[in-house]
Design a protein around this ligand. Structure first.
Ligand SMILES: [Fe+2]
Length: 196
């Protein structure tokens, strides 16, 4: 059974125009709000409130909530399913892993960014891709400019909840050539189209 999400409790406050909260991006919703929301919805998925499907051929996703400020997605990852290296345009976002395990490769500009890295990531320094493993209950936040690739490297399927604010409207894709991050293309995301 698919339950309808209640309106996120933080929205009425932000809609009253507290612009001090607009520090993470062009949205009244903060990264902390999105992280909290994905954790809340992940708990709902664990409790069986949202049906999940696994599709070995194509990554499966379902939009659980949409309003002018944010959208929330439930995504499943069969083994070896992966996104491409991408950003989230003018949106910020967050994800929480519900079950299974996801691997994130995140582009780091280098040492100035290293204080954000986990012990696992810090093994390499300087500009480059940093790897972190996201297990059930853990997650990642995506500030503006966050470039990453997410994949399921395990045989067990993974399930995750993602939230974006403003709703995802454009994404750019990247490659890494000789240690340099290079944008390869940008695409508009149709409203309601599956995110990455
Ligand atoms: Fe992403």
């Amino acid at each position: 059974m698919t339950a309808v999400l209640p309106a996120p409790s933080f929205l009425p406050r932000t809609l009253h125009g507290d612009r001090r909260r607009w520090h993470d991006g062009p949205t009244p919703v903060s990264l902390a709000d999105l992280t909290s929301l994905t954790r809340q919805v992940a708990a709902e998925v664990v409790a069986g409130h949202h049906a999940v499907q696994i599709d070995a051929a194509n990554r499966w996703s379902r939009r659980l909530h949409a309003d002018p400020h944010l959208d929330v997605w439930l995504i499943s990852w069969a083994t070896e399913q992966a996104a491409e290296l991408h950003d989230h345009g003018g949106s910020i976002g967050a994800l929480t892993v519900v079950s299974g395990e996801l691997t994130e490769w995140r582009w780091s500009a280098g040492q100035a960014d290293d204080h954000l890295a986990t012990a696992e990531e810090i093994a390499s320094r300087g500009p480059g891709l940093r790897r972190r493993v996201l297990t059930a209950g853990s997650g990642a936040a995506f500030p503006l400019g966050h470039v990453h690739d997410v994949s399921n490297r395990r045989t067990e399927a993974a399930v995750s909840v993602h939230a974006y604010s403003p709703p995802l409207s454009a994404m750019s894709y990247y490659g890494v050539e000789r240690g340099t991050l290079t944008r390869t293309r940008s695409e508009l995301v149709e409203p309601g189209a599956s995110p990455e």
